[in-house]
Design a binder for this molecule. Structure first.
Ligand code: HEC
Length: 284
C-alpha cells in the first residue's frame, strides 16, 4: 500500500513539474522578446478545415506582387504556368501566357554559343529582380529581400501558453499571414527616445523594429479593376493571400483530402464495430 502511495506521489510530482515547465517556457521566451505587439488575427478565407482561396483576392495579390514587391523580392519556385493551375488564382492559360510573354528570359546557348533573350513561356520561372544575393544586398542597404516562395509559412510569432495549444486544437495555422499583414501595416514614426539606424525604418512588428525595407505600399498605388478599395490595408491582405498560395499551392487539395480521410475513418470505425459484434456474438 505504502509503496503504491509513494509511486503515486512521485508520479503526480512529475506531472506537476512537467506542467510548470511547459507554462514557464513560453514566459521565458516572451521576456526575451522585443516588445513587438502580437499581430491581429485576420479572417482568412483559406483558414480552417474547409479553407479555400478567394480567387479574385489571389489575382489582386498577384497584381500587387507583380507591380510592387517583385522589383526587390524573388520567387524562384514560382513558374508562369502556376498562374493557371487549379487551386490558385486560376487565370486562364491565355492570360498566364500573356503575363509570361511580357518578361524577357535568358536562354541559350544558341548554335553560335551565345546566350540570348526571348519572351517568357509558361514553363519559365518568375524572373528574379537581381542576378544574385550580393547584388540584392548592395541595392538594399545590405539587407536581403527574402525570396517569396515559402515566406508566408516561414514567418510566425510567439503565441505563448496556453494559446499555442488552443491553436493546435483549433487548427489555426495562419500566424504567418497575420504577421505579414501586420508588418505591411506596421510602419510608424519611431517613439520618443528611439533612434532608427541610417537606411532603416521603424516598424512595430518587425523583430528589433528597424527594417531595411522602405514602406512598400501606399494608397492608390495599384489600380484595381474590380472596384476593391485601393488602400494599404486591402493591398496587404491581397498580397498576403497571394503569398500564402505561393507557399502552399496545394492547400485546398490537402484540406479536401484531409476531410475525406476523416469521413472514411469514421465510417470504417463503424463498420469495424459491427464486424466485431458479429464475430464475437456467440461468446458471452
Ligand atoms: C525596395 C525594395 C523592396 C520592395 C519594393 C519590397 N520589399 Fe519586402 N523587403 C525588402 C528588404 C530589403 C527586406 C529585408 C529587410 C530586413 O531584413 O531588414 C524585405 C523584407 C520583407 C519581408 C520579411 C520581413 C521579415 O520578417 O523578415 C516581407 C514579408 C516583405 N519584405 C514583404 C514585402 C511585400 C509584401 C512587398 C510588396 C508589397 C515588398 N516586401 C516590397 C525590400 C523590399
Amino acid at each position: 500500500m505504502n509503496m503504491r502511495f509513494a509511486s503515486l506521489r512521485s508520479l503526480s510530482f512529475g506531472v506537476v513539474t512537467a506542467v510548470a515547465m511547459l507554462a514557464a517556457a513560453p514566459a521565458a521566451f516572451a521576456q526575451e522578446g522585443h516588445g513587438a505587439p502580437k499581430p491581429h488575427r485576420e479572417s482568412w478565407t483559406f483558414a480552417g478545415p474547409f479553407g479555400k482561396f478567394d480567387r479574385a483576392q489571389v489575382q489582386r495579390g498577384f497584381q500587387v506582387f507583380r507591380e510592387v514587391c517583385s522589383s526587390c523580392h524573388a520567387a524562384h519556385l514560382f513558374a508562369f504556368r502556376n498562374l493557371a493551375q487549379p487551386g490558385g488564382p486560376e487565370f486562364s492559360e491565355a492570360q498566364a501566357k500573356t503575363v509570361a510573354e511580357a518578361y524577357k528570359v535568358q536562354d541559350g546557348p544558341n548554335d553560335a554559343g551565345d546566350m540570348f533573350e526571348r519572351p517568357g513561356r509558361l514553363s519559365d520561372h518568375w524572373p528574379s529582380p537581381f542576378p544574385n544575393e550580393q547584388a540584392a544586398r548592395a541595392s538594399n542597404g545590405g539587407a536581403y529581400p527574402p525570396d517569396f516562395s515559402v515566406l508566408a509559412k516561414a514567418r510566425t510569432y510567439e503565441v505563448g501558453f496556453p494559446g499555442f495549444l488552443i491553436d493546435i486544437v483549433r487548427q489555426y495555422q495562419e500566424q504567418g499571414p497575420d504577421y505579414i499583414h501586420a508588418l505591411l501595416n506596421g510602419y510608424k514614426d519611431a517613439p520618443e527616445g528611439v533612434t532608427v539606424p541610417e537606411g532603416a525604418y521603424y516598424n512595430e512588428y518587425f523583430p528589433g523594429h528597424a527594417i531595411k525595407m522602405p514602406p512598400p505600399l501606399s494608397a492608390d498605388q495599384v489600380t484595381y479593376t474590380d472596384g476593391t478599395p485601393q488602400t494599404v490595408d486591402q493591398y496587404s491582405r491581397d498580397v498576403t493571400a497571394f503569398m500564402m498560395w505561393l507557399a502552399e499551392p496545394h492547400l485546398e487539395e490537402r484540406k479536401r483530402i484531409g476531410f475525406q480521410v476523416m469521413i472514411f475513418l469514421i465510417v470504417f470505425a463503424g463498420l469495424l464495430y459491427f464486424t466485431k459484434k458479429k464475430v464475437w456474438k456467440s461468446v458471452h
